[in-house]
Design a protein. Structure first.
Lengths: 114, 114
């Protein structure tokens, strides 16, 4: 069965600090897809990134970067020079190749203080 | 345009009322989803429509009745709800039902059952 674990319930940082959100997943499939979503206080889930299981290349998008390591079943998310607007709940999610169900982790609340 | 719209934003209803939630997307997506999200929890899948046919029902009580009149529109009809049904109801869409597709979420409807 597929499972996503986000062990960090809540993280507080001061603006301009770097912060890493951890995500560990479990699946028996060899082909699967990993996602990160951001949910600000307004409630809408915002899609950030998708990563295929066969593509371990790390990705950088502005202040955001993602580190995918199949050997440790992890897909961690780093925000560089955090800003107050980054305050939100961040969800990591997994979808297996032959399932249509997006399985979410419990989420990590990120609070960035000025 | 990656917008999914939901109406109403907020809804308060009594346990004997009948109401409907509406979701719309104009991205040409062929899969649409309903999720329920309780406070401080991840979204939970309720229903999936693929090419206007119900493909997944996650054992949702019959007081929730989904409807997909066309490929752009998704409704959730509510009847005889319980106070524990109070939650944020999120709609999402994706280009199709392949696992690789990311889902785009609407802002949600905050439902309170009194």
């Amino acid at each position: 069965a597929q499972k996503v674990t986000q062990a960090q319930t809540e993280i507080s940082v001061v603006e301009k600090e770097d912060v890493t959100l951890d995500c560990v997943y479990e699946t028996r499939d060899t082909t699967y897809y990993l996602f990160w979503y951001k949910q600000p206080p307004s409630g809408e889930l915002v899609f950030l990134i998708r990563r295929n299981s066969f593509d371990e290349q790390n990705e950088i998008s502005g202040r955001y970067s993602w580190n995918f390591q199949k050997s440790t079943s992890s897909f961690n998310f780093t925000i560089t020079a955090s800003q107050v607007v980054d305050s939100a709940v961040y969800f990591c999610a997994l979808k297996e190749e032959y399932g249509n169900k997006l399985v979410f982790g419990a989420g990590t609340i990120l609070r960035v203080k000025s | 345009d990656t917008e999914v719209t939901q109406t109403p934003k907020h809804l308060v209803m009594g346990m004997t009322n009948k109401k409907s939630l509406k979701c719309e997307q104009h991205m040409g997506h062929r899969a649409m989803y309903w999720y329920k999200q309780k406070a401080k929890k991840p979204p939970e899948l309720m229903f999936v429509y693929s090419y206007e046919k119900l493909s997944i029902n996650e054992s949702v009580p019959s007081r929730f009745s989904p409807e997909c009149p066309n490929s752009s529109l998704l409704n959730l009809h509510l009847h005889a709800l319980q106070p524990e049904d109070s939650a944020l109801y999120l709609c999402a869409s994706s280009p199709g039902d392949r696992a690789s597709y990311e889902q785009y979420f609407g802002p949600g409807t905050r439902l309170t059952v009194t």
